[in-house]
Design a protein around this ligand. Sequence first.
Ligand SMILES: Nc1ncnc2c1ncn2[C@@H]1O[C@H](COP(=O)(O)OP(=O)(O)OP(=O)(O)O)[C@@H](O)[C@H]1O
Length: 251
Amino acid sequence: MSTPLLSAKGLRLAFGGVKAADGIDLDVMAGEFLAIIGPNGAGKTTFINMSTGYLRPQAGRIEFDGQPILGLQPRAIVRRGIGRSFQLPQLFTEHTVLENAALAVASRLGLWSPLAPLLRPAWREEAMDLLERFGLQGVAGSRADALNEGARKLADIAMAVALQPRLLLMDEPTSGVAAAEKMQIVETLVRVLRQSGVTAVFVEHDMDVVARFADRVAVWSQGRIAALGPPAQVLADPVVQRDVIGISAHA
Ligand SMILES: Nc1ncnc2c1ncn2[C@@H]1O[C@H](COP(=O)(O)OP(=O)(O)OP(=O)(O)O)[C@@H](O)[C@H]1O
């Protein structure tokens, strides 16, 4: 049996009386695409925050590739190979898409240059290759704030991929993206991540996206995992349909 890439055991975290994590056990296997679904406030983002060093659980442990990562700072966790993207893209809006991607390359190399003109040609070349893989070469010269939401999401994920993660945690990669664009965006990012050998966990409210792209789906409910399995099985569960999908659809 293969060992999990990420393994969370007994995670607990309460904010006052709110149990955002109430005993989370989850193994993410290398190479899989695991979707997290669940209503607002179920604790999905809290799980991502705990796995990336932004929040520390009050109990439990998390191992990445067999090594404990709790207590490490977010930057140290990135260096171990866990990347993330946020619900709202974290781009430097006044810079071009190419400059954003090149800055991410520079950051991976530990060389930070806030001054775009100082970006080295090698960083720009690697960044351009990356943008081409995401189909973003046409907007490489555009300012990040001029992009539509779909391209902005892809550019944000391209920056996370520039850091060469082994695992990427994505918080609602399709939120705010027009329905007509959604499948295309996810298809692109899944293709690039699979080609790059990146394992992915993504929070998603669109069940069509989950059904089509997830290998497994974990259903979050009040800080717990209420169901876990292949989408065809989990999404057909009448309890999940009533208690989660019905609520999630109105999120
Ligand atoms: N830093 C914090 N301080 C206080 N309460 C928090 C904090 N982070 C999360 N919470 C609370 O914990 C619960 C879980 O929040 P979380 O953001 O993880 O849910 P979610 O499933 O990601 O929801 P959504 O789909 O709305 O993003 C919510 O009740 C939220 O208000």
